[in-house]
Design a protein around this ligand. Structure first.
Ligand code: CP
Ligand code: NVA
Length: 301
């Protein structure tokens, strides 16, 4: 049984295979060629956190693949009232063909996969956001024509996005430099993974150092879902960790900007930089659809 729980579980070849499939599905969509590869299949989508892109891209993606998606809010489902994840996994496995879940604890996603008998997809946890990074890699490759040898730079919180970007970029042959405050570093499991890549991975608390000569700069909100109460503390901790014109000035000519969205203009990115790179950022948002469809086909075909 194949799952999509975290990029640490995936090889370079598998990641590239999914990206190639995403490009192919995108082209078919643009040319009006139908592709009902998952005809008659159902995806259950469990959301314990808010979502716009993940929900809409998975739901639309399943429809375009000839299947059907069920939205399950944990507020209304028994899992939100304490029904064990193990039981939810076994029940849903009797009804549907795949589960996508957005939740807090990575262990919940791993448990669903362990106890269910159908593919499980991680639609974001506090640990990682692998679906988003597949769309990011697809967008970078589209704009730059390659991934191998490019330098990515991530500025901000060492959160789920940072964790997945480090793993995804290194696996496909990119280098990545991270700038985050010392108290907000990426997960230790990811740092241990990155240690094997030598100087292809760098971490600093000086944003301009990380951005030097970068081909693509990425960022994310300073306070993730579930951390709203820390907003004020985080605003002071992250002051200076912003993508602005001064930071962009030290990057390589033609450097791209990516943001998983939603964006907080004036915090992690200025409105000026966001607007100058809006096309790339909304290509990235669009590619959630194509990348998600490729993941669905890879697992559920
Ligand atoms: N980037 C992302 O995952 O967006 P949503 O929270 O809207 O799904
Ligand atoms: N780090 C953010 C990503 C949102 C898509 C969060 O977890 O809220």
């Amino acid at each position: 049984m194949k799952h999509f729980l975290k990029l640490l579980d995936y090889s370079k070849e598998e990641i590239i295979e999914i990206l190639d499939l995403a490009d192919q599905l995108k082209k078919q969509k643009q040319q009006g060629i139908e592709h009902p590869i998952l005809k008659g299949k159902t995806l259950a989508m469990i959301f314990e956190k808010s979502s716009t892109r993940t929900r809409v891209s998975f739901e639309t993606g399943m429809y375009q693949l000839g299947g059907h998606a069920l939205f399950i809010s944990s507020k209304d489902a028994q899992i939100g009232r304490g029904e064990p994840t193990e039981d939810t996994a076994r029940v849903l496995s009797r009804y549907v063909d795949g589960i996508m879940i957005r939740t807090f604890d990575q262990q919940e996603v791993e448990t669903l996969a362990e106890y269910g008998s159908i593919p499980v997809i991680n639609g974001l946890t506090d640990f990682c956001h692998p679906c988003q990074v597949m769309a990011d890699l697809q967008t970078i490759r589209e704009h730059k024509g390659k991934l191998e040898g490019l330098k990515a730079c991530y500025i901000g919180d060492g959160n789920n996005m940072a964790n997945s970007l480090i793993v995804g970029c290194l696996k496909v042959g990119m280098s990545i430099s991270i700038a985050c405050p010392k108290a907000y570093q990426p997960d230790q499991r990811v740092l241990d993974f990155a240690a094997a890549y030598g100087d292809k991975f760098q971490m600093t608390d000086i944003p301009k150092e990380a951005a030097h000569n970068a081909d693509v700069v990425l960022t994310d909100v300073w306070a993730s879902m579930g951390q709203e109460e820390e907003q004020k503390i985080r605003e002071s901790a992250f002051a200076g960790f912003q993508i602005n014109d001064a930071l962009m000035a030290v990057t390589k000519e033609g450097c791209m900007v990516q943001h998983c969205l939603p964006a907080h203009r004036g915090e992690e990115i200025t409105a000026e930089v966001f607007d100058a790179h809006a096309d790339e950022i909304f290509d990235e948002a669009e590619n959630r659809l194509h990348a998600q469809k490729a993941i669905l086909v890879h697992l559920m075909r």
